[in-house]
Design a protein around this ligand. Structure first.
Ligand code: FE2
Length: 371
């Protein structure tokens, strides 16, 4: 079917992908060591007292197209302390790459976004970066970053971080999606916010009939921008016999926030084997999951043995299949975790695995006494 031009609305917020993810953490120096050692991130840039920033430090780590920023305040008066005291370590900023950070701010704030940072131009000897920001769910922020022609290591204010400790990368390629947990009856509000304020579309929905175990349930809607480069599934807890994992998150993060960052690889078996050898802990998958896997998902290229040995999950949709696995929480509070995902045609998110996955999460929840 041919579409006529009159049906095409121009995208008022064109996004070129995820620019970076910024975490507020209690000790950025140690967190940086962890992400280098455990996940193979590379030392990229730094700001702190040595670069003229007196009140905080930020370490920038990179692996292929993934950029993490780890930030810690340097005194008790800094406002970041309130964030840390309330939420613990977690994601503060999901930064999005745009062609025009000034226009992104104008387009979203005039549609109702709460401003976080007015548009700013930052210049140094490597060129110019422009940024602006808005709040999304909880205290989480979308920063719009425009970095055309900028050749520096990260942004003005940062210097190149040269380290003598450089563990090998682990084939982590790009951010596939970032999931938000929101409170009771909030999912549809947040979905509408992404539609109205950012021009996203709801591409998939799961209700509590589809995502439940004997004990707990949740609902989820996946929001995507126009070109599909940026996808934000939004989860809400649902009533079950016991506490939903989303509720446990909300209790411990003490707010809505980012539940997981999904990172793409092209060879999940070797990546997960590598990450495990570096000490990354993954959720365990019951061996029963593999008994009838092929009858559920059909023929796949991979041998079952390494998938079962590592606990990698498989799911299929109309366009292909995907392989995925979830880490345990990366902090002491049971809040943020990572997903490692390899897509072989599938564009979905592993709904067929929710039950197996949740039963695994619930075993961990029960160990913490939170089920
Ligand atoms: Fe995911």
């Amino acid at each position: 079917m041919a579409e006529t031009n009159t049906n095409i609305t121009p995208d008022f917020l064109p996004l070129n992908g995820t620019d970076h993810v910024e975490f507020y953490v209690g000790n950025a120096k140690q967190a940086a060591h962890f992400y280098k050692t455990a996940f193979g991130f590379q030392s990229t840039a730094y700001c702190g007292p040595e670069t003229g920033v007196r009140d905080r430090v930020s370490y920038v780590l990179q692996q292929n197209k993934i950029r993490f920023v780890l930030t810690t305040p340097l005194n008790s008066k800094h406002e970041i302390n309130q964030h840390l005291a309330k939420h613990g370590d977690g994601v503060k900023i999901l930064a999005l790459l745009v062609d025009d950070a000034y226009d992104a701010f104008e387009q979203t704030t005039k549609r109702g976004a709460k401003p976080y940072q007015e548009p700013k131009t930052h210049t140094d000897e490597f060129g110019t970066v422009k940024t602006s920001g808005i709040y999304t769910y909880g205290e989480t922020v979308h920063l719009f970053v425009e970095r055309k022609d900028y050749t520096g290591p990260f942004m003005p204010g940062f210097k190149k971080w040269e380290s003598e400790y450089n563990p090998a990368p682990s084939n982590l390629l790009y951010v596939d999606h970032c999931v938000g947990n929101v409170g009771w009856n909030r999912m549809n509000e947040v979905v509408k916010w992404y539609e109205d304020v950012m021009g996203f579309r709801n591409i998939l929905s799961f209700d509590d009939k589809q995502i439940n175990t004997e004990y707990s349930a949740l609902m989820s809607k996946v929001m995507s921008n126009g070109n599909g480069y940026v996808k934000f599934p939004i989860n809400e807890p649902a009533e079950g016999k016991k506490k939903s994992q989303i509720e446990e998150y909300l209790d411990f993060y003490e707010d809505e926030g980012v539940q997981h960052v999904a990172i793409a690889t092209t060879d999940i078996i070797s990546t997960v084997r590598d990450l495990k050898s570096r000490g990354v802990e993954f959720l365990r998958t019951p061996s029963t999951y593999y008994q009838d896997l092929i009858s559920r998902v059909g023929i796949i290229d991979e041998d079952l043995k390494p998938l079962e040995e590592l606990g990698i999950l498989v799911d299929r949709d109309d366009e292909g299949y995907l392989l995925q696995i979830f880490t345990k929480p990366l902090e002491d509070r049971p809040t943020l975790f990572f997903e490692i995902i390899q897509r072989k045609g599938a564009k979905s998110f592993g709904a067929g695995n929710f039950k197996a996955l949740f039963e695994s999460i619930e075993r961990e929840q029960a160990l913490r006494g939170n089920l």
